[in-house]
Design a protein around this ligand. Sequence first.
Ligand code: E4P
Length: 215
Amino acid sequence: MQLFLDTASVSEIRTMWEIGILDGVTTNPTLVAKEGRKFEEVIREICALGVPSVSAEVVATDTEGMLREGRHLRGVHPSIYVKVPMTTAGLRATRILAGEGTRVNMTLVFSATQALLAAKVGATYVSPFIGRLDDQGQDGMELIRDILEIYRRYSFPTKVLVASVRHPVHVLQAAKLGADIATMPYAVMEKLAAHPLTDSGLARFLKDWEKVPKE
Ligand code: E4P
């Protein structure tokens, strides 16, 4: 399974990229706004790190505007995936952009029928927001299970990008289901590597090492 960071922070991305566990980055207008910097400048810096998949979102709500922004964004860097919202205008734009060879990440997906449509118009990624579903009392992981079942049944090539991840258990469950990608905040990715028994075990080893006679 591929692991993506859901952030527009270049320093967070650089850290995980240098460790070697990062496969891609997703951004959205909220995450970009948090950085207080120009959108394209941030996107270019992220791409310059060498990250092979960087999702950048259009903000137009009509098909023509989405096409204009999408065509511009795909030209910014070869690693760009154009993020398009799941609306009828977005479906129309995705079909056209995908037909032109642009890789589209359909975002704000909250149902399996929406995911079915995203696959039909040729989206490269579909992004179901599981945390936001959990937040309102629906089981987000059930949605992932449904989408994977549908995509496998019809051999759709669209990849399932599990989004709005809140904690490591979401990542674990997504991996067990066979989701293609999970995108998560920096703090969640950090937690994937951590375990208190690793820390206490290492502390013990180092302490005992002091007792080993040295020349
Ligand atoms: C995905 O591409 C989105 O940017 C993201 O996962 C949304 O997560 P949130 O629900 O934590 O805002």
